[in-house]
Design a binder for this molecule. Structure first.
Ligand SMILES: NC(=O)c1ccc[n+]([C@@H]2O[C@H](COP(=O)([O-])OP(=O)(O)OC[C@H]3O[C@@H](n4cnc5c(N)ncnc54)[C@H](OP(=O)(O)O)[C@@H]3O)[C@@H](O)[C@H]2O)c1
Length: 284
């Protein structure tokens, strides 16, 4: 792994931080992204001290913002001329009241779908320079449990609720992973792969600050101690980033290192196209 360059978003906490530690331990150059400069620098120091690998760099951007996502990609490209693995991990669930970003996008969609889409698009040329560029999109089994998309109202202007918005966004992330794979397969010289994954129910800060209503807030608190550890949650990310077993494998959804079935309820080329077009239009 020593010659690999890996960028991981949302590496200041939870699954992302555990994945960054695992990958830095194997000697890769790891760029940790966070939205708070001080917290990201502290994470960088912690990972260097923990792993003894000083090739740990930082990028700071609030991924609610597409403008900041663009700046982040530009900052990466200024310093590095190749990317081997992009891990779109930053994400989360919002609260009971629908909120929009300063650019006018519903927040769950902005951070879990639009920002990863844009970052991947902007870094495609850098992934192309790798002998086998890999993109790992951290999705969720919530795409199966909570998604109920209205393809005429992708941003849930009507009938928003946080679980539905989150399930939809993670479903859309799987859809664009599949769509992108099909697009890239048209180029016989393509070596880039994209896969999505579900880390399991993991004991992290996920949902801690989101007001999901009294019942779900209570259930989350009670259940959290029984969840997987962050190291267990990061294991499939580590596997997808490093294993030769997934060389050339693309467009799949992994759980516990194995390809798993994606909910087919809303899967169709037409719906994939709608989601793709939404992302393209939003990100220019
Ligand atoms: N935990 C689970 O059970 C579970 C299950 C399925 C899927 N997932 C997915 O796993 C991924 C990691 O979540 P986690 O469980 O590790 O939660 P977490 O501990 O809350 O970590 C989320 C990470 O994303 C960052 N982030 C959130 N919003 C951001 C924004 N607007 N701009 C930049 N960074 C932002 C956070 O930064 P801060 O440190 O600044 O907050 C943090 O580094 C997410 O995509 C989540 O949807 C989690």
């Amino acid at each position: 792994m020593k010659d690999k360059i890996i960028l991981i978003t949302g590496a200041t906490s939870g699954i992302g931080k555990a994945a960054a530690i695992a990958l830095a331990s194997q000697g890769a150059t790891v760029i940790v992204h966070g939205r708070n400069e001080q917290k990201t620098r502290e994470t960088q120091k912690e990972i260097i001290n923990h792993t003894g690998n000083d090739r740990v760099d930082v990028l700071v951007a609030d991924l609610f913002s597409l403008a900041q996502t663009r700046k982040m990609a530009a900052a990466f490209r200024e310093k590095y001329n190749r990317l081997d693995v992009l891990i779109n991990n930053a994400g989360g669930i919002m609260g009971n009241d629908r909120e929009v970003t300063s650019e006018g996008y519903e927040k769950t969609i902005a951070v879990n779908l639009l920002s990863p889409f844009l970052l991947t698009k902007l870094l495609m040329p850098d992934l192309k320079k790798s002998v086998e560029g890999r993109v790992i999109n951290v999705s969720s089994s919530s795409h199966r449990l909570n998604a109920k998309p209205d393809f005429e109202d992708i941003q849930l202007i009507n009938n928003y609720n946080p679980m539905r918005a989150y399930g939809n966004a993670k479903l859309f992330l799987i859809m664009i992973t599949q769509y992108w794979t099909k697009q890239l397969a048209k180029d016989p010289a393509n070596r880039i792969t994209l896969n999505s994954m579900h880390p399991g129910a993991v004991h992290t800060n996920f949902g801690v600050d989101s007001d999901l209503g009294r019942l779900l807030n209570f259930l989350g608190k009670v259940a959290r101690p029984f969840f997987k550890s962050v190291e267990e949650g990061a294991d499939t990310i580590d596997y997808l980033a490093t294993s030769v077993a997934v060389k050339g494998v693309s467009g799949l959804y992994f759980v516990n290192r194995k390809p798993a079935e994606v909910s087919q309820k809303y899967m169709s080329p037409e719906y994939e196209q709608i989601v793709w077009d939404f992302c393209e239009n939003a990100t220019g």
